[in-house]
Design a protein around this ligand. Structure first.
Ligand code: PMP
Length: 425
């Protein structure tokens, strides 16, 4: 890579701009894992799309719960149970405020995005889908927003339609409009692509779908950690996301659904907590949100997620967005200077995901070499095999950034990548 004096000055200006947005050095101290070494080198963690790291406050909340508060919720009269119930329900309210839902009973705790989408596909599908009905998804969906729809379509003899994309990785909105018809019962699309980084025009998609009487589910797994989400403003019917990608624990996620629509769906699973009364002759179901929360939930997960939301709020989601935007621009500019690198996903609106392939090399070889230099990126199909087929690549290498990453780490990554490319050529 050859730098001229002007390009060095320009890079320095970019760096200054980045550091003015956020005091990243003090934020990094909140994430204990960032202090560790991997293969004898300081860890550079660029696999945030797969899962994010956890701040100390979230780790402490988990320890504190099991040390001081552990008890089952909703059923106990004793103090510990009430404290745990309050903490869990408090977390639900934090989620409600975070995505601006109208009511806290529209917030269903699930295991994660996958679980949330399966819930909707199953419950909605069972009640509302019939032979010949249509579901629309897009080419850039994660497998968890493809397979549950395929399964229910197979069961109900409904038809799955797919919105195509252009070479930059943007949805072809005209084609989407052509796919919509009175037969369309559900449109399920991702807000932000985990592989391309594309931010989709979901508000427009929702409005178009509603005009045809279809409901809309948005997969927000990659949006919520990076951008402000307001479910009332979007007017989506369902919104799904995972706690672990937004600095919270694994095994907990959210399904937002409009109250009236959720009330009109059958329960997903049967068991404790989701019932009002049970006899052998007949069971009546509990009210929202409990109707969709059978069994003992991931109590500590919910509480930890609430703390993660507090943490994100303390930085400010618009600050996070602005900072990550600069990080992505900086990384994109640098990676483009490496010969043979092709970026997969060059949408106009992008979140902090940088997917690429390098001529004549396999992504996993790159991933393995740079791991030896302490840099963690993801390689493969990223659970988006149909998207890989669209771009005619077996997989990509993907660096995905969070607000605790910095420009120095990008420099290390670029140097490591240069080394890998030289070795593999
Ligand atoms: N959708 C998207 C866009 C994702 O990035 C992911 C996780 N990679 C999922 C769904 C599934 O999330 P989870 O594994 O947490 O259920």
């Amino acid at each position: 890579m050859l730098y001229t004096t002007t390009s060095i000055l320009k890079l320095k200006r970019d760096l200054l701009k980045i550091t003015q947005i956020l005091d990243v050095e003090s934020i990094r101290k909140d994430f204990p894992i960032l202090k560790r070494e991997v293969n004898g080198k300081p860890l550079v963690y660029f696999d945030n799309g797969a899962t994010s790291q956890k701040p100390q406050v979230v780790i402490d909340a988990i320890t504190n719960y099991y040390t001081n508060e552990n008890s089952n919720i909703h059923r106990g009269i004793h103090t510990l149970s009430q404290e745990a119930t309050n903490a869990y329900e408090e977390a639900r309210k934090k989620v409600q405020q975070f995505i601006n839902a109208k009511h806290s009973n529209e917030i269903i705790f699930t295991k994660g995005t996958t679980d949330s989408i399966n819930l909707v596909a199953s419950s909605f599908g069972k009640k509302h889908l019939k032979k010949g009905d249509e579901i629309i998804i897009s080419t850039m969906e994660h497998h968890s927003n493809i397979v549950p729809w395929q399964m229910i379509c197979e069961e109900k003899e409904a038809i799955l339609k797919v919105i195509p994309i252009n070479d930059k990785g943007e949805l072809l909105m005209d084609e989407f409009k052509k796919l919509l018809s009175p037969k369309t019962k559900m449109v399920a699309v991702t807000h932000v692509s985990n592989t391309l980084g594309t931010i989709n025009p979901v508000k427009e998609i929702i409005a178009e779908a509603h005009q045809k009487g279809a409901l809309v589910l948005i997969d927000g797994a990659q949006a919520v950690p990076h951008t402000k989400v307001d479910v009332q403003d979007l007017d989506c019917d369902f919104y799904a996301f995972s706690g672990h990608k937004m600095f919270g624990p694994t095994g907990v996620g959210i399904l937002y659904g409009k109250e009236a629509i959720l009330n009109n769906l059958p329960p997903y699973q049967g068991g404790g907590d989701m019932i009002k009364t049970v006899t052998f002759e007949k069971t009546t179901y509990n009210e929202l949100p409990h109707k969709f929360e059978a069994g003992t939930p991931n109590i500590v997960g919910g509480i930890g997620l609430g703390v993660a939301i507090d943490y994100m709020n303390s930085i400010g989601i618009s600050t996070i967005e602005a900072y990550e935007h600069e990080l992505l621009a900086y990384a994109t500019k640098q990676i483009k200077q490496i010969e043979g690198v092709r970026i997969i996903g060059e949408a106009k609106n992008k979140a902090s995901v940088l997917s690429f392939v390098v001529d004549g090399t396999h992504p996993s070889d790159i991933g393995m070499i740079i791991d030896k230099l302490g840099v963690a990126i993801r390689t493969g199909h990223h659970c988006t095999e149909p998207l890989m087929n669209r771009f005619n690549v077996p997989g990509t290498a993907r660096a995905s950034f969070a607000f605790y990453n910095n420009e120095e780490e990008i420099d290390i990554f670029i140097a490591a990548l240069n080394r890998a490319v030289t070795m593999l050529k």
